[in-house]
Design a protein around this ligand. Structure first.
Ligand code: TYM
Length: 332
């Protein structure tokens, strides 16, 4: 049995990228493995130092995790700041994390470019906190999208470094994981780049979006002037629409539109209409559950309490052993 862990920052509603990158198929795996899902609220401070509504955002992500099918009785669903042992492990990893290697991380460089007035130490040490999240439960597999691959590489570096420094075989070397498939990048609707909550919000489809909103966003998606030669390669915006279709539609639907494209007979309006319908069908049950769970404060409170207790059992055990290994011992 593997230990599986996945996290999401509470900086906005969950979108299809989060779903396919971090959550798809876990319904099955949560019963076959020891699973931890958490809300990375400490991490959100690296980009949102004074969040408008941290509590509300954490609550929303928690609800969306549940609506997407996580069973809090089987898996451990918790809030990062409810497990302060994570912060201690982060501190310890930081003692052996080097400025040069942290500065080379692509997400750091991107964020530093995006927020030049706030290149804070949390942003630089983001990978050590992420390693602490994963290794506090000594997880083996981490369901994430392609954008997190480098962070996982850093996690392995910190795990190996700890084991080597202290001459132990304590931490596993966790791998980025997408349920047996390739790591995925769900594109946005604006023609380039990945689906993301921080960019133009018309570019992302959120799990809580109403059908009308979804149709409007998809119909406005960027395309091109259309193919002029048989079997010509697709431009990025069109390739992106096909990628979304591959995620939510039947393979025959994808094949049908692909054939039309290759024969230069495609009408992007028809493709978008079908894509919007399939996204709506895909999201509908999740959106309904979001509404139901949102109305049930007592249940939410119970889930948070249960998650905190379960996470603490595993987290406190790891930190106790880490303290022993490093040499923080009690006097007796
Ligand atoms: P975050 O909050 O940006 O995204 C949460 C998860 O969604 C995936 N994801 C995507 N996957 C495919 N296509 C996309 N367009 C897309 N957009 C987002 C992300 O890969 C991620 O799996 N650093 C993490 C949060 C985190 C974490 C962890 C994750 C903190 N500690 C420990 C795993 C383990 C992040 O910023 O995710």
């Amino acid at each position: 049995m593997s230990i599986v862990l996945s996290g999401i920052r509470p900086t906005g509603n969950l979108h299809l990228g989060n779903y396919f990158g971090a959550l798809k198929n876990f319904k099955k795996m949560q019963h076959e493995n020891e699973c931890y899902f958490f809300i990375a609220d400490y991490h959100s401070l690296t980009t949102h130092p004074t969040p408008d509504d941290l509590h509300g955002n954490v609550r929303q992500v928690l609800i969306e995790y549940l609506a997407a099918g996580i069973d809090p009785e089987t898996a451990t669903l918790y809030i990062q700041s409810d497990l302060p042992e994570t912060a201690e492990l982060y501190l310890l990893f930081n003692m052996n994390a080097y400025k040069g290697e942290l500065e080379r991380v692509t997400t750091f460089k991107d964020k530093a470019r995006k927020q030049p007035d706030n290149v804070n130490a949390g942003l630089l040490t983001y990978p050590s906190l992420m390693a602490a999240d994963i290794l506090i439960h000594r997880a083996h597999k981490v369901p994430v999208g392609k954008d997190q691959e480098q962070h996982l590489e850093m996690t392995r570096t910190f795990a190996k470094r700890f084991n080597r420094l202290y001459k132990v075989d304590f931490f596993p070397e966790p791998v980025a994981y997408n349920f047996g498939e390739e790591l995925i990048k769900i594109p946005g609707l604006d023609g380039s780049g990945k689906m993301s909550k921080s960019d133009d919000e018309n570019s992302a489809i959120f799990l809580a979006d109403e059908p009308k909103v979804i149709s409007k966003k998809v119909m406005k998606a960027v395309t091109d002037a259309g193919p002029t030669k048989m079997n010509s390669p697709k431009s990025e915006p069109v390739e992106n629409l096909f990628s979304l279709m591959k995620a939510v539609s039947e393979p025959e639907t994808v094949q049908y539109f692909n054939d039309l494209y290759n024969k230069c007979e495609i009408r992007y309006g028809d493709l978008k209409k079908k894509l919007a319908e399939d996204i709506i069908t895909f999201i509908e049950p999740i959106r309904e559950r979001i509404k139901e769970i949102s109305a049930n404060d007592a249940y939410i409170k119970k889930v948070v309490k249960m998650g905190k207790e379960k996470a603490h059992i595993s987290g406190s055990k790891t930190i106790k052993e880490v303290r022993e290994i490093i040499g923080f011992r009690e006097f007796n």
